[in-house]
Design a binder for this molecule. Structure first.
Ligand code: AMP
Length: 596
């Protein structure tokens, strides 16, 4: 049977994939890199360079290098390369031929056919130019498909029922959002919107300005004025940007970046993720406007979307996940490497055309969110049980993430790190997977920063590191098989899970103040809202009981017992309204007791 390649011919990067054992796989180069930068150049001797080598020489030899040729596809134009003029199709053909050779080497046989992806907004002229580029590269283009269509196919070509998906594709230079419907291997794009000049490159530019402005105010030198300095900073900020997708802080260091009065100046800036997020938020707001527009064009409400699929390298940015999740009220799918999803989908389409059996992708992901308990707001009250997520669920493994936390007291000597797995904002409804204390912190005011790092590997082993940012003091623990533990826990019912957590609290002498005083029975089957109401009531009663023990009269004690009885009855009846009403009564009682 003929092998048909799936090719993502991207503006910034391109990839080639095939179906192996019923699953799409992206074929890497000799160094194991699946990504081929879409850059073509000639070296000083006139030798052809494609990919990383061409990209690396771009800054120094722009006249011998061509990039982003996809933006010119379909235009009656040529680009100059080393004294010769080439059409956009010819430059694209060089990229396609490189991918074809890579595939032939990996497969050990010649290939002649391909499915190539294009943006949904490409017109007929642009599609024809893409087909022509394929032919010039010696490939019969058996089908041109839309990039969002490919992304949808990657996730599941044959869902059990018709599914509606939203594909959010943020690459280096372009943004697209599409609403699609898939049923039985057939994808229909219901609506598409985008911005052909918005992407990760703009994030780099904002970070570059931030860094250069800082340097300018420190040294009175604008690094943007020198081409060489600017390109070094640009490269450094792109790396920092990627670091900030997993770490809470990134350091940008470039030695001898400038000179002042004969003395060398070094660039050394630390950027926190929160600062970076402030810089890019206005850009992401634009993408959300497009998202709303495409939903409205497809005549769908957010809750009618079954899956949100992320595509494009820039969607690795955690703020992207957070904003979409907030807007659509559902978790996003990023199981497939976002910059490989389109190529894999093209391979799925190729497999469907060739009549090969293709199943949904199988990727190891974190089934639940991992994070720690921290002081925060729960049900309008300040609580030490607030859940601070660090690795979000559906993150592909292995995964590493860091977040910054701060001490709450002046001269705080230690901090308890309690690691939980689950989705509830209240850690008492999640599963405790491990805990430890970092001691010997510097004697400083409240706000001493502790960087917490979680590393989760493919076998579910979790390394947790807490580091005092000021001194570098660190404590690290390993939690074996955090995920296994969770799966085992899943088999027990919710009551057992909660009681186990509460018992741990008591056994370890943890914060008595917030520990629930009543056993929350029969929570199994409660909705998240009901659980939340029950959790709120139980925390309040715990507080009330403590106040009563501190000296309450018989009347107050009797009122509390009655409330306990009512609460248990409300739990039995699974009545959310009653739970909320009783919680409000308890709140009043606590307020009254505290006030006396
Ligand atoms: P694509 O066009 O899909 O290959 O996306 C390329 C863009 O994704 C570039 O702007 C990259 O800098 C960006 N990118 C790649 N990896 C990451 C990452 N880990 N975090 C944030 N952006 C990334």
């Amino acid at each position: 049977m003929d092998i048909i390649l799936g090719i993502d011919l991207g503006t910034t990067n391109s990839e080639v994939a095939v179906i192996r054992d019923g699953r799409p796989v992206v074929l890497p180069d000799d160094n194991g890199d699946p990504i081929l930068p879409s850059v073509v150049g000639l070296d000083p001797q006139g030798k052809l360079l494609v990919g990383h080598a061409a990209r690396n020489q771009f800054v120094l030899a722009p006249e011998r290098t061509v990039r982003s040729i996809k933006r010119r596809m379909g235009e009656e134009t040529t680009v100059a390369l080393g004294g010769q003029n080439y059409t956009p199709q010819e430059i694209s053909a060089i990229i396609l031929r490189t991918l074809k050779q890579r595939a032939e080497k990996a497969l050990g046989q010649p290939v002649r056919k391909a499915v190539i992806t294009v943006p949904a907004f490409f017109n007929e002229g642009q599609r024809d130019a893409t087909r022509e580029a394929g032919e010039l590269a010696g490939l019969e283009v058996v089908r041109i498909i839309n990039e969002p269509t490919a992304a949808v196919l990657t996730y599941d070509p044959h869902p059990a029922e018709m599914e509606r998906l939203l594909v959010y594709d943020l690459g280096g230079g372009t943004f697209d959002v599409s609403v699609a419907q898939v049923e039985d291997g057939v994808v229909e794009i219901l609506a598409s919107h985008g911005d052909t000049h918005l992407g990760g490159d703009d994030f780099d530019q904002r970070l570059l300005d931030f860094v250069c402005d800082r340097f300018l105010s420190q040294h009175g030198i604008d690094l943007r004025d020198s081409l060489a300095a600017r390109s070094r900073v640009l490269r450094a900020v792109e790396d920092a940007k990627k670091t900030l997708s997993s770490d809470a802080i990134a350091r940008i260091e470039e030695e001898f970046i400038a000179e002042k009065k004969g003395l060398p100046l070094h660039l050394n800036v630390e950027v926190e993720r929160t600062d970076y997020e402030e810089l890019i938020e206005p850009l992401l707001a634009k993408t959300l406007t497009c998202l709303d527009q495409s939903l409205s064009d497809a005549r769908l409400q957010a809750n009618q979307i079954d899956k949100v699929v992320l595509v494009g390298g820039a969607t690795r940015t955690p703020l992207v996940h957070r904003l979409i999740q907030e807007r659509l009220g559902r978790p996003v799918h990023a199981e497939v490497e976002p910059d490989l999803a389109v190529a894999m989908g093209a391979a799925v389409q190729a497999g469907l055309i060739a009549g090969v059996e293709v199943g949904p992708i199988l990727v190891d992901i974190t089934p639940h969110t991992l994070g720690i308990s921290a002081l925060g707001e729960l049900h309008g009250l300040s609580s030490v049980h607030a859940f601070a997520p660090i690795i979000e669920r559906n993150t592909p493994l292995p995964a590493t993430r860091t977040e910054i936390f701060s001490t709450v007291a002046d001269g705080q000597e230690g901090a308890e790190i309690r690691v939980f797995q689950g989705e509830n904002a209240d850690t008492r409804y999640n599963t405790l997977v491990g805990e430890f204390v970092i001691e010997g912190l510097a004697d400083v005011s409240a706000g001493n920063q502790i960087v917490v790092r979680l590393d989760l590997d493919l076998s579910g082993i979790l390394h947790v590191t807490a580091t005092e940012r000021l001194t570098g003091l660190a404590r690290r623990v390993t939690i074996d098989n955090a995920m296994e533990r969770f799966r085992a826990k899943q088999r027990t019912d919710a009551v057992d899970r909660l009681e186990a957590i509460f018992e741990t609290d008591e056994a370890e002498g943890a914060d008595e103040e917030e520990a629930p005083a009543i056993a929350l029975e029969n929570l199994d089957g409660l909705s998240p809202a009901q659980r939340e109401a029950a959790g709120r009531a139980s925390a309040l009663i715990a507080k009330a009981e403590r106040l009563l023990q501190a000296g309450a009269n018989a009347e107050d004690a009797a009122e509390l017992s009655a409330l306990l009885t009512d609460l248990r009855a409300a739990l039995e009846r699974r009545s959310e309204d009653e739970l909320r009403r009783i919680a409000t009564e308890v709140e009043d009682l606590v307020f009254y007791l505290e006030d006396r």
